[in-house]
Design a protein around this ligand. Structure first.
Ligand code: ADP
Length: 493
């Protein structure tokens, strides 16, 4: 009999559920968007009940559409938007306030003070992270300091903190289980990734009571069971990972040096660094990739702020194309950009430059430049920016990268994929299941509930659909990269 796994993919703008069979085929998919709340400039919130409600709705819908009963589902895997912070009451189950979303900048002042106090190095050593409002710690502190009654309850052990995985686990288990996995814990800025435990000293610095924190579990293990009433019979929750780590797993990047890039609105690159944590000197972050059977794997992570968003900009602000996919045809209608470079540093430059004040530029214009050159330059900028992060990963880890596993909307663009292979001199692989994030959570679950015996068995079901290998001459690549470096210099302030 075939085995099935339910994957709950709780993202920033929508909740999704995919039911996979044991060969990684999606049997059914359901998705629902939910409300984004912007109470002030720079603030982003979600109502935790919107998250829960849409997630349960899509899970039930996907189950119904699959024609399966709950008893035929071997296990549930959860993957989630990372860092987003929920605090709720242990007795009533009610959140004290809206979830503070990872994008929310309200704790910028708290972060500035931590930096001024000289804590950057110590925090990086323990957590692998740079001080930024992005991570959960300052968000929890903000709730404790600003929402009436929370601190008192937290000290009594009545107020619980969780990232979105914990919030879902708590509710699915009917309030029986307060847990998170190591990959999510490593994004809170409270988790010591060397000792793999909550860091008491950091808790003191942030003034956060230990009693609020969830139990930290492996990314692949039986965590709890869902309440019987939700799906008709209870299902084991047996795999959890933050979205980017889940995608790394879903691509089958199980060994040190294996990398994935998600080409979406931004780009998220992760490299598996094996059992060793790598400290970055080029502005990358170290996180826990996953822990399976008590064995921890680490990852280096770098992100590109504006990737597919540059293509949306061509479409919505510049009116150079009518839809994203049209960029491919335009790029291929010219032989090259004619020396034009576009650096979409709309919100500054991220890794490895870290220039928040930098702004975008188009340079190298001549009388012969036409819109197709500019469109091509915008597409190429996704590859150059990815290449900059890849180079930082190579420098930090000392590992040569030969293959990049890719997913995300912009991987539909063959020109971009070929250009990436050329400029980075690597092979690009696109998997037959493009839902790497949801698949990763399902595979983590499948590994602990008996669907798969080991990673080799998983590796065998992950099939490459398309691949691209480098074709250009070294000389051409060198020239193009020098042009990009020049363009980057021009947009630094
Ligand atoms: P996200 O999950 O960040 O919302 P997706 O993975 O859905 O992103 O990808 C959407 C992004 O990919 C958009 O920014 C869009 O402009 C870009 N994109 C989609 N298709 C193409 C294409 N054929 N060529 C270039 N960019 C594309």
């Amino acid at each position: 009999m075939k085995k099935y796994i339910m994957s709950l993919d709780q993202g920033t703008t929508s909740s999704r559920c995919i039911i996979f069979d044991e060969s990684a085929n999606a049997v059914s998919i359901a998705q629902k968007e939910y409300r984004q709340i912007f109470p002030h400039e720079g603030w982003v919130e979600h109502n935790p009940y919107d998250i829960l409600k849409t997630q349960l709705e899509v899970a039930k819908k996907a189950l119904e559409e699959s024609g399966l009963s709950a008893s035929q589902i071997s296990g549930i895997g959860i993957t989630n938007q990372r860092e987003t912070t929920v605090v709720w009451n242990k007795e009533t189950g009610k959140p004290y306030c809206n979830a503070i979303v990872w994008q929310c900048r309200r704790t910028a002042d708290i972060c500035a003070k931590l930096k001024a106090d000289g804590l950057e190095q110590m925090i990086k050593e323990r957590t692998g992270l740079v001080i930024d409002p992005y991570f959960s710690a300052t968000k929890i502190k903000w709730i404790l300091d600003n929402v009436p009654g929370v601190r008192k309850d937290a000290e009594k052990g009545l107020a619980l903190f969780g990232t979105v995985d914990s919030w879902l686990i708590w509710n699915l288990s009917g309030g029986k289980c307060h847990a998170t996995d190591v990959s999510n814990a490593s994004r809170t800025m409270l988790f010591n990734i060397n000792t793999m435990s909550w860091d008491k000293e950091l808790l003191k610095i942030f003034d956060i009571p230990y009693k609020m924190l969830p139990k930290v579990v492996d990314s692949s293990c039986v965590i709890c069971e869902t309440q019987k009433k939700i799906f008709g019979s209870s299902i084991k929750i047996c795999g959890v990972a933050g979205d980017q780590q889940a995608a790394l797993f879903g691509h089958g990047c199980f060994n040190s040096g294996e990398c994935k890039n998600t080409y979406g609105t931004g780009c998220f690159l992760l490299m598996n660094t094996g059992k060793n944590r790598v400290n970055s000197e080029f502005g990358l972050i170290s996180s826990v990739a996953w822990r399976i059977k008590k064995e921890t794997f680490y990852a280096l992570e770098g992100s590109v702020f504006v990737a597919g968003a540059a293509i949306q900009w061509l479409r919505d602000e510049m009116n150079l194309i009518s839809y994203s996919a049209q960029s491919e045809e335009a790029a291929l209608s010219v032989n090259d950009t004619g020396g034009v470079y576009l650096v979409p540093a709309f919100t500054g430059l991220g890794a490895p430059y870290w220039q928040p004040e930098a702004r975008g530029i188009i340079c190298g214009l001549t009388r012969g430049t036409n819109k197709n050159h500019i469109i091509r330059a915008a597409l190429e900028s996704l590859a150059y920016q990815t290449n900059d992060v890849l180079s930082a990963m190579v420098s930090d880890s000392g590992i040569k990268i030969s293959t990049l596993e890719a997913d995300g909307g912009a991987t539909e663009n063959n020109f971009l994929m070929q250009f990436q292979a050329d400029i980075s001199q690597i092979n690009i692989k696109l998997p037959s299941c493009r839902e790497a994030t949801a698949l990763g959570a399902a595979l983590l679950a499948g590994l602990s509930c008996g669907v798969y015996n080991d990673l080799d068995e998983i590796k065998r079901i992950l099939i490459t659909d398309k691949s691209f290998s480098p074709k250009i001459q070294d000389e051409t690549r060198g020239k193009l990269l020098r042009g990009w470096k020049n363009a980057i210099e021009k947009c630094k302030i």
